[in-house]
Write a protein that binds this ligand. Sequence first.
Ligand SMILES: Cc1cc2nc3c(=O)[nH]c(=O)nc-3n(C[C@H](O)[C@H](O)[C@H](O)COP(=O)(O)O)c2cc1C
Length: 219
Amino acid sequence: MFGAPEDMAAKEAAMPPNAWGTVRSLLHWDGLPTIRPRSSVRTRRSAKVDSDLQEPLGFAYMEPSKDRIAAAIGRLPSGCFILTAEHAGRTTGVLASWVQQASFDPPLITAALRRGRPIVELIEGSRGFVLNVIGDPPTALFKQFGKGFALEEDAFAGLAIEATPAGPRILSCPAYLVCRMRDRFSTGDHDLFLGEVIAGDGDPAVRPYVHLRSNGLSY
Ligand SMILES: Cc1cc2nc3c(=O)[nH]c(=O)nc-3n(C[C@H](O)[C@H](O)[C@H](O)COP(=O)(O)O)c2cc1C
């Protein structure tokens, strides 16, 4: 279910009768099985064992130092996004770059969020979020949402936005994806949120901003 019944009733009353009716019915839809992490995941391991380290080959850290690993990870290109969410009358947004497509059918994406980010509480509450894609060159949005907001602050002051059932869509962004949260996985110091894209639009003529780092061990 998407949100508490009283939240949804208030949202529905506030919303004009338009295409979001379809989105709302999808958010209410419980017909799909929830994807759960498998309790035992079989990984392929080399049968050969390095006798010095007593670690299966291919799993031990190898020659390069941590800063070379950091440089390599920094060459993984990503986009930058304003992830937004709304729950129980509270709304916020955060700058995020650890976002990737995970499936064609159903259309799934993942977003990694550091545990404890204020937005996580809203995503967990509503079980939805919106990805707003930042165009190239990146706008002031990058700076505005990169500093982080407390839930009491108005993250969207001065911005043209449109409400969706899962959070605000920022109109100046070249694309947006409305996602229903399908699952959450613990992945070290971040949690991975799996979302099913249930609505969205994008302008193929506008290039998204591509983010590269010299050090992949910071954002
Ligand atoms: C370029 C960039 C990309 C970021 N990507 C993510 C991300 O994918 N996940 C995340 O949890 N935080 C990410 N952040 C951090 C958040 O935007 C964070 O709220 C903000 O930097 C404030 O951090 P603080 O509250 O820890 O000071 C990113 C920050 C920057 C500058």
